[in-house]
Design a binder for this molecule. Sequence first.
Ligand code: GN1
Ligand code: MG
Length: 368
Amino acid sequence: MLTNEIRVAFEAFNKGGNIVSVNQITAGLINATYLIETDKKEKYILQKINSFVFKNPDGLMKNIVGVTKHLSEKIKEYGGDDKRETLNFQPCTDGKYYFTDENNGVWRMYIYVDEALTYNKPKNNDTFRSAGCTFGRFMKLLADYPADTLYETIVNFHNTPARYENFLKAVEADIKGRKEVCQDAIDFVVSRKADTHRLTDLIAEGKLPLRVTHNDTKLNNVLFDIATDKSICVIDLDTIMPGLSMYDFGDSIRSGANRAKEDETDLSKVSIDLELFETYVDGYLSETADSLTDTELENLAFGAKLMTFECGIRFLTDYLEGDVYFRTTHPEHNIVRARNQFKLVADMEEHMDEMNAIVMKYKEKYKK
Ligand code: GN1
Ligand code: MG
């Protein structure tokens, strides 16, 4: 629906033409996203940035514009199509890549990648393998990006011990009186405290390299070409920051290799699909095996479990704090999501040896 604020924001990017249609895209849980079509037959994605989550739009957009320009150059070097394989953000008349409206709403806009779609669940093994290649290539193309110029858009985003501490505070404060009804989930988290610091300990010991990572690699954050069904373009670039390969690998597994959707209430449907896990490992390592260290490879499967655990902790914390962070459609939404993630964690624990063996199999295949 075309509202006044959407029209004003669109006009700030000075592309000309009149809006003929607006469609909200609700797949993401953070920003408000609109597909805009104009009478000049042009299509754009206009996004209102969630300013509760992202406090510094200037730093955020500098990261994103810097990274997408870097990607464009690389894509052109290998003969790819930089109009489809990366997002192209549009400046306003003042040269800034975002617009602040009269209510302090912050907006940005990029050219819509046409003839492409996203999947919430892999359509088949090939789709998921292809996503693995694309996220792996993304990290590879950014290997020489100056990481120290990146602004930390969400401080401690994948710092699981810090997430754990926030969770404990939320339990303690219990501002919504929800603690009692989710004691099972609270106990689940507390009993796995030791897992929270395994990767941060390895970082502190200098045993894991920080890389430029995406940090939010769920399957619907990559676009697929409708004609070929190959994944082409990584989207949702707000959390690009220095991070670990396990974060990107892990979050893809969390979201794509769960047999159920993230907010499935029937927990008997939630489990890790090892065939999908394998197909993603194949795609991801086909691009990255040579650059990953042995310690990274040994921790990839654990990373999948940790990202699932951390996401569950975040959903549970948000439930305890009254649903202030993630978009929800009903009061139980966050606790449903948390229990779902914890069921997946428990299932991954059962299959951890198999998951590690699969990673080693593809290490042998791809590492020269
Ligand atoms: C959010 O923005 P979106 O929907 O792609 C969240 C991720 C969570 C995910 C859970 C910036 O991702 O960290 O894993 O929801 N993004 C942010 O679905 O917090
Ligand atoms: Mg998204």
